[in-house]
Design a protein around this ligand. Structure first.
Ligand code: PLP
Length: 458
C-alpha cells in the first residue's frame, strides 16, 4: 500500500471519479488496475490475482472472459451491434423476450427493455402509476417500500430505497413514499425461527396497506434478500403473505429481482420459492452474465392492455432509452439463458451452496465478533457484531468491514463488505479449491484485523 502509484493509477486519480467511493480514500488506497480476468480471478498490473468473491457487484455468473459468451459477443458485433428499438426490432431481443416469458413466473407475458437496474425500477414505477391513472384509479399516486430496501440510485429508485447512507441527503428531492418496517430475521422482534416462521412481521406492511391502500399504486420489494442492506435474508412465507395482501388491497407488487434473479437464491427466480407471480418483475445484473448493461421489466397482459389503444387516446407508455434493447447485450443474455438450459446450472448452484455452507459454518460459527453466518443459494453473509450476546453492532464510523476488505485484498481476495457484513457471492463456476481459499482467506483477514486491534482472543 506504500508503493508509489503506477502511471495508470496516477492518471486514473487525475481524471476519474469512481462510483460509491470517497475519493480521498484513494490517496492511501489507490485503485487497483485490472488488466485481465479469467474465471473467478481478476489480475492486476503486477500480475497479482484476486478471487472475485462478489461477482464484480453481483453481475457475474459464469466467470470473467467466459469463452462461450465472448465468442457470441464477438460474432454478433460483426453482424449488428445496435439499432433504434422503436418501430425496429431484431432477433436477439425477440428470442430473449420469448425465453424470459417462458422462464419467469406464470402470468408474466410482456417484456420491456431498459439498460440498467435503476432504469428498470423507474419503468416499473411509472408503468404502475400510469396503469392506475388509465384505469380510473387516479388517487393511486404513492409507493410503499420497506425499511432497508435498495432499488438503485436514480431519483425514483432512491425514493423507494431505505438505506440512509445513499438517500438521506437527497430527501428534499425524493417522492413521498410510504415506508413499512421490513423483516429483520437476525434481530427478529418476534423470536421466530426461520424454519417455522409465519411472518408475523408482515403485520407492519399490512398496517400500512390498510391505512394507505387508496393512495397506493404499488409495493416494491427485494424478494428473499435485501442485498445492499447487508444481505438481510428472510423466508418465502413473507413474500407469499405480501402477495396476498397486495391482491386484497388492490395494489401492484413489484419484485426487484435485479440482485437475486438468475439462480442466485437456488431457484431461477426468488419468487418461485414463494410460488407467487408479481405484477412486475425487474431483472438486470446477472441477465448478461456480467458482460453488458441491460435490464428488463416483465409484466402481465392485464397491465399491458391498459396502455393498448388508438394513438390519439394518449395511453401509450412513452418511455425510452437510447440503448433500449441493445443488440449485443440481448445476444449475450440469450447465450446466458442457453447456458442455463444446456448445462446443469441449478444443480451446480445447489451443490456449491452446500459446500459453501459447510465450509463457512466450520470457519465462522464459533468466531468472536461473528453474530451470524447466514446463507441462501450462493449468497453467504457474515454479520460482525461488537457483542455476540446482545448482537450490538459495531459503530459504522469504525469501518470494520472496510479494514477487513483491505486485508483480504492483500491476500488475493476481493470481498467489498456492506458495513459490518462480509459476504460471499461468487460466480457459479467457482471450483471447490477456490471456494476453500475464499473462506480460509476471509477468516484470516478477520483474525488479522482483530489481532492488530489487540482484541482477538480466539
Ligand atoms: C443493483 C441493484 C439495483 C440497481 O441496479 P443498477 O444497474 O446498479 O442501477 C436495483 N435493485 C437491486 C436489488 C439491486 O441490487
Amino acid at each position: 500500500m506504500n508503493q508509489p502509484f503506477t502511471d495508470l493509477q496516477t492518471r486514473d486519480l487525475q481524471y476519474v471519479w469512481h462510483p460509491c467511493s470517497q475519493m480521498k480514500d484513494y490517496e492511501t488506497f489507490p485503485p487497483i488496475v485490472i488488466t485481465k480476468g479469467q474465471g473467478v480471478w481478476l489480475y492486476d498490473e503486477q500480475g497479482q490475482r484476486y478471487l472475485d468473491a462478489v461477482s464484480s457487484w453481483w453481475v457475474n455468473l459464469f466467470g470473467h472472459a467466459n469463452p462461450r459468451i465472448s465468442q457470441v459477443l464477438s460474432e454478433q458485433a460483426f453482424i449488428l451491434e445496435h439499432t433504434i428499438f422503436a418501430n425496429f426490432t431484431h432477433e436477439p431481443a425477440i428470442r430473449l423476450a420469448e425465453k424470459l416469458v417462458a422462464l419467469t413466473p406464470n402470468g408474466l407475458q410482456k417484456v420491456f427493455f431498459a439498460d440498467n437496474g435503476s432504469s428498470a425500477i423507474e419503468v416499473a414505477l411509472k408503468m404502475s402509476f400510469q396503469y392506475h391513472m388509465q384505469t380510473g384509479k387516479s388517487a393511486k399516486k404513492r409507493f410503499l417500500a420497506l425499511t432497508d430496501a435498495y432499488h438503485g440510485e436514480t431519483i425514483g429508485a432512491l425514493s423507494v430505497g431505505g438505506v440512509g447512507l445513499y438517500n438521506d441527503i437527497y430527501q428534499p428531492l425524493l417522492l413521498d413514499t410510504v415506508r413499512a418496517k421490513g423483516p429483520d430475521c437476525f434481530r427478529c422482534p418476534f423470536q421466530e425461527e426461520p424454519a417455522s416462521c409465519h411472518a408475523p412481521c408482515s403485520q407492519f406492511v399490512e398496517e400500512q396497506l390498510k391505512a394507505h391502500h387508496q393512495d397506493l399504486t404499488a409495493v416494491i420489494i427485494e424478494p428473499l434478500i435485501q442485498a445492499a442492506a447487508g444481505m438481510k435474508m428472510y423466508p418465502p412465507v413473507y413474500l407469499k403473505r405480501l402477495r396476498a395482501l397486495c391482491t386484497q388491497y388492490d395494489v401492484h407488487l413489484i419484485a426487484d429481482e435485479i440482485a437475486v434473479g438468475f439462480g442466485r437464491t437456488g431457484t431461477l427466480f426468488a419468487c418461485e420459492q414463494a410460488d407467487i407471480t408479481p405484477d412486475f418483475m425487474c431483472l438486470s445484473k446477472g441477465l448478461t452474465g456480467g458482460y453488458l448493461p441491460l435490464s428488463v421489466v416483465v409484466t402481465t397482459n392485464e397491465i399491458y392492455s391498459a396502455f393498448y389503444d388508438d394513438y390519439g387516446t394518449m395511453r401509450a407508455f412513452l418511455h425510452s432509452h437510447s440503448y433500449s434493447g441493445n443488440t449485443l447485450a440481448c445476444r449475450v443474455a440469450l447465450e446466458v439463458l442457453t447456458i442455463f438450459e444446456e448445462e446443469p446450472v441449478m444443480e451446480m448452484i445447489q451443490r456449491k451452496g452446500q459446500w459453501m455452507r459447510a465450509l463457512a459454518m466450520t470457519a465462522f460459527n464459533e468466531m468472536p465478533y461473528v453474530g451470524e453466518y447466514r446463507q441462501i443459494g450462493l449468497v453467504g453473509a457474515i454479520e460482525l457484531v461488537a457483542d455476540r450476546a446482545t448482537k450490538e453492532p459495531f459503530a459504522s464510523e469504525a469501518r470494520i468491514g472496510y479494514q477487513i476488505y483491505q486485508r483480504a485484498l492483500a491476500k488475493g481476495l476481493l470481498l467489498r463488505p456492506l458495513g459490518n457484513v462480509l459476504y460471499f457471492m461468487p460466480p457459479y463456476i467457482i471450483s471447490e479449491e477456490d471456494m476453500r481459499m475464499m473462506i480460509a482467506t476471509a477468516k484470516e483477514a478477520i483474525e488479522q484485523f482483530f489481532h492488530e486491534r489487540g482484541e482477538y482472543i480466539g
